[in-house]
Design a binder for this molecule. Structure first.
Ligand code: NAG
Ligand code: NAG
Ligand code: NAG
Length: 315
């Protein structure tokens, strides 16, 4: 199996410009909509997005500091959670943690991401193909569903421990809810985790996923499968972040539904958000111009002053 650190360092060495021509094109054959976005209020942020964002931020912190909830401010705001499992090495295997969250009566699975240059290189790398989903992990994948093989390889490195830990945590807590979350590459892994868990867990367990700065993970059939399996799937895109526009649609990649787009973050940290109907909405990320691309927007701030990445974690 290809080593992630090898491909990350190989492609991180490429100038960003070599990746740039691929993103921003609207040439896919999947559905696009111009449906008018609807307002997404501050109370919607607090109810639906804030806690997942706080968990995704913690996923960048060291395993030791997460286990002891001593990662500083990012841990302090989620200090009612009980951490069940941590892992990853910040290289081949991005960091992750699994916790039980009494506040939401949920089992949380959160994955670390990568920096903007790395994710753009990986997502745009033409060496990475769309491949069939692993039939062991995704036994009821939709016919014709294909995913980015780099993202699937990364998800596969933690899939078994995620599945077994979530199954035993559901049994020991009696909780009936699972949330997967993450930022950047971690968003792609969390999306695949949700798919895997939905196929493996009993139907009375609710599986949801709320992710940030998600690149496109798979093709139209994959996007449609997410739409039908994960009804509240949500991916938050920040202003002119180019990552949600890669890999490009002309290579047959397509987002699922559920985009929440941040249109503005003012100097006090107040954010304006809108909910975007459809899978690819030209009034949201899909309509971004390459000329305005901002890799800083990939890291944040998103809302409530939440930014992601190693520098957003003091430990
Ligand atoms: C599919 O997933 C299983 C379970 O994690 C793993 O053992 C197997 O190697 C995977 N197959 C491929 C082709 O990666
Ligand atoms: C964000 O941080 C700034 C500076 O620390 C602070 O003034 C502001 O109140 C914060 N905004 C929010 C929405 O938390
Ligand atoms: C509400 C809104 O911004 N609607 C726009 C969505 O995109 C179409 C096509 O680009 C515009 O015509 C709408 O005004």
């Amino acid at each position: 199996m290809r080593s992630s650190s090898a491909f990350l360092s190989l492609f991180a060495a490429l100038p960003l410009a070599s990746a740039a021509p691929l993103f921003g094109f609207n040439l896919g054959d999947g559905q696009t909509t111009n449906g008018a976005p609807t307002a997404f209020s501050q109370s919607d942020i607090d109810t639906d997005l804030l806690r997942p964002a706080q968990f995704s931020r913690v996923a960048y912190c060291s395993s030791a500091s997460v286990t002891s909830l001593s990662c500083g401010a990012p841990c302090d705001v989620v200090n009612t959670m009980k951490v069940l499992q941590t892992g990853g090495d910040n290289e081949d295997i991005p960091r992750f943690f699994i916790a039980q969250d009494p506040d939401s009566q949920s089992i949380i699975v959160a994955h670390q991401g990568t920096d903007p240059e790395e994710i753009l290189s990986v997502a745009n790398d033409v060496e990475f193909k769309q491949v069939a989903m692993n039939s062991t992990l995704f036994p009821s994948a939709a016919k014709g569903a294909l995913v980015h093989d780099g993202f699937q390889d990364t998800q596969g490195r933690t899939a078994d421990i995620v599945l077994s830990t979530v199954q035993s945590a559901l049994a020991s807590t009696g909780f009936k809810r699972v949330l997967t979350t993450g930022h950047s590459l971690g968003a792609a892994v969390a999306t695949l985790d949700a798919t895997m868990l939905r196929m493996a867990l009993p139907s009375d367990v609710d599986v949801n996923s709320v992710v940030f700065g998600l690149p496109r993970v798979g093709n139209q059939q994959f996007a449609d499968m997410i739409d039908s399996m994960i009804s509240d799937f949500t991916h938050v895109t920040n202003q002119d972040d180019p990552v949600p526009t890669v890999p490009p649609r002309f290579l047959s990649f397509q987002h699922p539904q559920g985009e929440i787009h941040i249109t503005k973050v003012d100097s006090s940290g107040a954010a304006t958000l809108e909910a975007c109907p459809g899978q690819e909405n030209s009034n949201c990320s899909e309509g971004n111009s390459l000329l305005d691309a901002s890799v800083d927007n990939h890291l944040g701030p998103y809302f409530e002053n939440i930014s992601f990445g190693g520098s957003a974690c003091p430990a």
